[in-house]
Design a protein around this ligand. Sequence first.
Ligand SMILES: C[S@@+](CC[C@H](N)C(=O)[O-])C[C@H]1O[C@@H](n2cnc3c(N)ncnc32)[C@H](O)[C@@H]1O
Length: 278
Amino acid sequence: MNNFENQYLELLRWTLTDYHRIEMGEYKPIHRNSGSWKESILVNVNKFLGKKNLLICRRVLSTKEHRLNGADWPAYSETMIGLKRLMNIEECVRDIVQNNVEGDLIETGVWRGGATIYMKALLKILNDNSRTVWVADSFEGLPKPDAEKFPEDKGDKHHEKGELRISKEQVQNNFSKYGMLDDRVKFLKGWFKDTLPGAPIRKLSLLRLDGDMYQSTMEGLENLYPKLSVGGYIIVDDWGAVDGCRKAVEDYRKAHGITDEIKQVDWASVFWKKTAAK
Ligand SMILES: C[S@@+](CC[C@H](N)C(=O)[O-])C[C@H]1O[C@@H](n2cnc3c(N)ncnc32)[C@H](O)[C@@H]1O
C-alpha cells in the first residue's frame, strides 16, 4: 500500500469518526439521573414531555479523547467506535487479504454504518473484489429484553434509546456518500434471531459483533462463528462496556472449548484470531 492510499485511509477514519470536527456540540436528551435533585426533576419532567414528543436536551461535547476511544454516541459521525477500533478492523482485513483467508466480512449491529463502510473501503484499496460486506441490523434499534430466555439482559434499557434507531435508507445513503455502495454490499434487515439463522452467507473471514446485549451477542455467535474460517478474526465491540455482552462471549467460548487468546483493542473492544474449527 503506498503513501497516498494510507493518507486516504487516515482521512477516511477521521471523517467517519468525526475526529476532524472536534468540539462540535451535540444536543442529547437528558436520560440519566446524576444524583442531584435538579437532575432528578429534569428526568421526571422529560418523562412527562416524552409522551408529547418533546424533550429537554443538554449540550454534550465530543472531545478528541472520545473519538479516539469510541467513548460517546457522537452527533454527526457515521460510527460511534473510535479511531483505535477502526485501526483494529484495518489490521484484521489486511491480514485476511494478505493470507487469502476465505470468506466475507460482516458486522452485526451497524448503527449509521461507519465500521462497515470502512471494511468496504479497505477491500477496495486492497483490490479485493471477491468478498461481500454484510450489514446486519434491525435498522430500528435494539430489541426489548427477553428476560425469560436471556436473564442476563434483565432491565436492559437499550431498546428505549431513540438515538440507536437508524433506518436502512440512512445507512445506504451513508455508503453512497463515500462511494461505497455496490452489489458486494448486502443488507440483512431485521432482528438477528430472524435474519442470521438463514442468512445466505457461506463463509466469513471477519465477524464483528456490535449488538450490545447478551441476546444480540449470543445470536451472532451461534449463527455466525461456525462460518468463520480458521485464520479469520472475530471482534467483540462491547466486551468492556456491557456485562451481558462479555458474559455471552464467555458462555459461548466455554460451551465450545474455544481457548484462542483474547486481545484487547481499547477499553471496550476485544478480538481474537480463530485457530481451530469449532
Ligand atoms: C452500538 S450500535 C452499533 C454501532 C456501530 N457498530 C458503529 O460502528 O457505530 C448497536 C446496533 O445494533 C443493532 N442491534 C442490536 N441488537 C440487535 C438485534 N438483536 N437485532 C438487530 N439489530 C440489533 C441496533 O439497531 C444498533 O444499530
